[in-house]
Design a protein around this ligand. Structure first.
Ligand code: ADP
Ligand code: GLC
Length: 484
């Protein structure tokens, strides 16, 4: 089965969040169960072709796209996902992709990704490669199902091609002006109030994907249900409900070659479930790296996050001072994003320089060291389609404290002293005092070494490898293929 996997980010080449981890790992897992996957990603300025030994596809030199309203040329480079034979194709068009960041607020943001969607079709055409499935991800590639059906349907190469849209985050929908309908090569008469591509007067890329994809997946079973409700559907719940048979929730896995405490080259000391005492070496190392005084018995809570409203830090603002006043605990925080959240953590660090260590920015090595060295990991997300860090945490013996929604609800089971089960701590009511109570509950259990160790062991024993999920994606591909 030939799978065209189109994505706007992919580890190790370019990453802003979990989509990159998924794009770097799922195709490999699919290849291992017999799928022939090709990954397509833009060649952003940040991707250095020499660093990854990418090869220039001279046979595709200067491919032209006639996208009705504009004419652009692009080049193609290719390489492989590390430790695999999965080919990755890079769309090289500096005019669109040499910007200071992966995503922008530039006027042509929608156009950049329309172009990328066209380019992926062009590469398949130039190689005469028939995809059985086009698997697109989030709004940046979600026009492809409609384009396959209404722009490229003249080409017999795409006859019998089915499409799957994976929603990694419905909070970002890609809404742009009506004039882009033409650039995408779609019929103008798709655009009318309530029509297949229209959402509140704009051209919604995500809605278009939801309408035209043969099957839809999202990244956890709970989020698959949630997005069909007004509270989480961000306006697309109604249309998703009309397709509820076709909406599958498939939990992300984690790449256990990259995130594995017994192999991790980024951390001070590798360890596994039978050598947890070595976690202390990592704890000391990360606490000191973050500029805090180290005390073995002081619990350390890690945070690694995009600083976006989604991530729920507004809950922590009103109670952090209270927690620090009453409890012996330190925080190590890594992240960047919205100014008000950066300001909050900057303030916390200034007010408590020996209790709150911060790194504002992106730092992959430090992310590994925080996972390895923290005792607990905090994710109070308002919504979380899947979330990867709680799974990394469980794997690294770092106990997650989470809001019980989305993928967090599917992966973290609340510890309760009465039944002695659970791999972490979770809360349902989204309020600051409930967050505080949950952190305080975790801090209390932390000092019961036997109970704590059992929680850690239960987390480390869990299997979050991609194999299971890849098998379900394959079933989804077969389901989608059955529809064309
Ligand atoms: P999202 O995709 O919504 O940001 P996920 O939990 O799925 O959330 O994935 C986030 C990924 O990005 C994780 O691999 C996490 O370690 C990484 N990450 C987030 N912020 C940073 C940062 N500042 N530095 C390094 N890694 C980060
Ligand atoms: C999104 C979601 C996150 C998910 C990731 C990968 O960025 O916010 O919850 O883990 O995609 O699917």
């Amino acid at each position: 089965m030939n799978i065209c996997f189109a994505t706007s980010e992919c580890v190790p080449f370019v990453k802003t969040g979990g989509l990159a981890d998924v794009s770097g790992a799922l195709p490999k897992a699919l290849a291992q169960i017999g799928c022939n996957v090709k990954v397509f990603v833009p060649l952003y300025q940040s991707i250095h072709t020499d660093k990854y030994d990418l090869i220039f596809a001279s046979d595709l030199y200067n491919t032209q796209i006639d996208a009705d309203t504009y004419h652009r040329h692009f080049n193609t480079w290719y390489g492989k996902l590390p430790d695999s034979d999965v080919e990755v194709y890079f769309v090289d068009c500096p005019g669109y992709f040499h910007r200071s960041s992966t995503y922008t607020n530039d006027m042509d943001e929608g156009e950049r990704f329309i172009f990328f969607n066209h380019a992926v079709f062009s590469i398949m055409q130039r190689y005469n490669w028939h995809p059985d499935i086009i698997h697109c991800n989030d709004w940046q590639t979600s026009l492809m199902p409609a384009m396959a059906k209404h722009r490229y349907n003249w080409d017999s190469l795409f006859q019998g091609t089915a499409s799957v849209l994976s929603i990694h985050n419905i909070g970002y929908q890609g809404r742009y002006g009506q004039h882009y309908v033409h650039s995408a090569g779609l019929p103008q008469d798709f655009f009318y109030p309530g029509g297949p591509v229209e959402y509140h007067g704009s051209f919604s890329f995500m809605k278009t994907g939801v309408v035209f994809a043969d099957a839809i997946s999202t990244v956890s079973p709970t989020y698959a249900q949630e997005i069909q409700t007004p509270s989480f559907g961000e306006g697309l719940d109604g249309i998703l409900r009309t397709r509820s048979q076709d909406v599958w929730g498939i939990l992300n896995g984690i790449d256990t070659t990259d995130w594995n405490p017994s192999l991790d080259p980024h951390i001070a000391s590798t360890f596994d479930a039978s050598s947890l005492e070595k976690k202390l070496i990592n704890k000391k190392a990360v606490v000191e790296e973050m500029g805090l005084p180290y005390r073995e018995e002081t619990p350390v809570i890690g945070i690694i996050s995009r600083f976006a409203n989604q991530k729920g830090f507004d809950l922590l603002k009103p109670v952090l001072e209270n927690i620090l006043y009453h409890h012996d605990v330190q925080f190590v925080v890594l992240g960047s994003g919205e100014q008000h959240i950066e300001d909050f953590f900057n303030w916390a660090h200034t007010a408590h320089p020996d209790r709150v260590g911060i790194y504002i920015g992106y730092n992959n090595g430090l992310a590994h060291r925080i996972e390895a060295g923290s005792d607990m990991f905090l994710m109070p997300s308002a919504y979380e389609p899947c979330g990867l860090n709680q799974m990394y945490s469980l794997n690294y013996g770092t106990v997650p404290i989470v809001h019980k929604i989305g993928g967090l609800a599917d992966t973290v089971q609340d510890y309760h002293e009465h039944h002695g089960k659970g791999n972490g701590f979770s809360f349902y009511e989204f309020s600051p005092h409930v967050l505080r109570d949950t952190i305080v509950r975790a801090l209390a259990v932390y000092h019961d070494k036997e109970a704590w160790n059992a929680i850690v062991q239960r987390g480390m024993a869990q299997d979050f490898t991609w194999e299971n999920s890849a098998n379900i994606y394959k079933e989804l591909y077969e389901y989608a293929a059955g529809k064309v």
